[in-house]
Design a protein around this ligand. Sequence first.
Ligand code: COI
Length: 353
Amino acid sequence: MTQTHQIVVDKVRKSKVDSTDFENLTFGKTYTDHMLECTWRDGKWHDVNIKPYGPIQVEPSCKVFHYGQAIFEGMKAFKDENEDVFLFRPEDNWKRFNESAKRLAMPELPEDVFIAGLKKLVEIDKDWVRKGDGLSLYLRPFMIASENGVAAAPSTEYKFMVIMSPARAYYRGEVRVVIATSFSRAANGGVGYAKAAGNYAASFYPNNLAMEEGFQQIIWTDAATHEYLEEAGTMNIFVRIGDKLFTAPHNDRILNGVTRRSIIQIAKDLNIDVEEKRISIDEVNDAARKGTLKEIFGSGTAAVVVPIQGYKHLEFVHELPKIDDSYALRFKKELNDIQYNRVEDKHGWRVKI
Ligand code: COI
């Protein structure tokens, strides 16, 4: 029989929402009044609690600190003009979370904890979801190995938590990237497709080097040859050559992005020719030299759709042209219109709270 989990709620006495400056938000720095926490022990999820946001107590021997057994998701809630609040494709994040859990030898989350817990938490903190283009509530579900002990084996205890942060743009200003030619983000058979915390940690050092050179991000290439574009770590990548759009096919090295999938669908809806195929850097450089490379852009929950202004590949540095009919801006608008309930939701992506 499937167990149903009761969600126990303990609310704050006084909300921080009125003292929050929603005009000046730094991504991921401000948190709402409440968080969700529950524990996996003896083969089951226990104690689903919504309680005031605050520190948690763990011992220094807690496994997550030693072996990085940790996964997460990124999701958003949006408010429309009538003050209704919506999640965007939450089932997709739940499924991907469980795929990540499986790969990291962690327990999966049942729907009545992940989805129902998330909905309840957003409902309680719905004053933190503000109206306005670009404003959203960023939801961060995550799971950590919480058993004490440094034996290198999967934990016997886990914590699943959800914290929420009011958000504006993830990237500010222009974004230029370096195409990776020596470092790699993911390898065949590895954890690249999972939202494993360590994937992000491993990208920080190469990313710092790119930033020292004046770039904001790296576009990762396949680890074996460094000839094919894969993803940017915080975003999936699209390339427009002429009027055709390309994105790397999802595989075990590339995150199966919810925003990426949504853009592919929106492109089809708009009769834009879109193809999932391996994109070689030679092809991109050739198009750049010929003037047919029109756009490169990234997509992700936090980032939404981010046009890339320029890139560097070995000694070749290229600035993307300024164009009037940008696909990136069109996709961003279409996506936002669906998320903020401004247009019909043909594909059933919005979930009302
Ligand atoms: C997201 O887009 O939600 C991500 O997970 C990227 C994150 C590193 C901000």
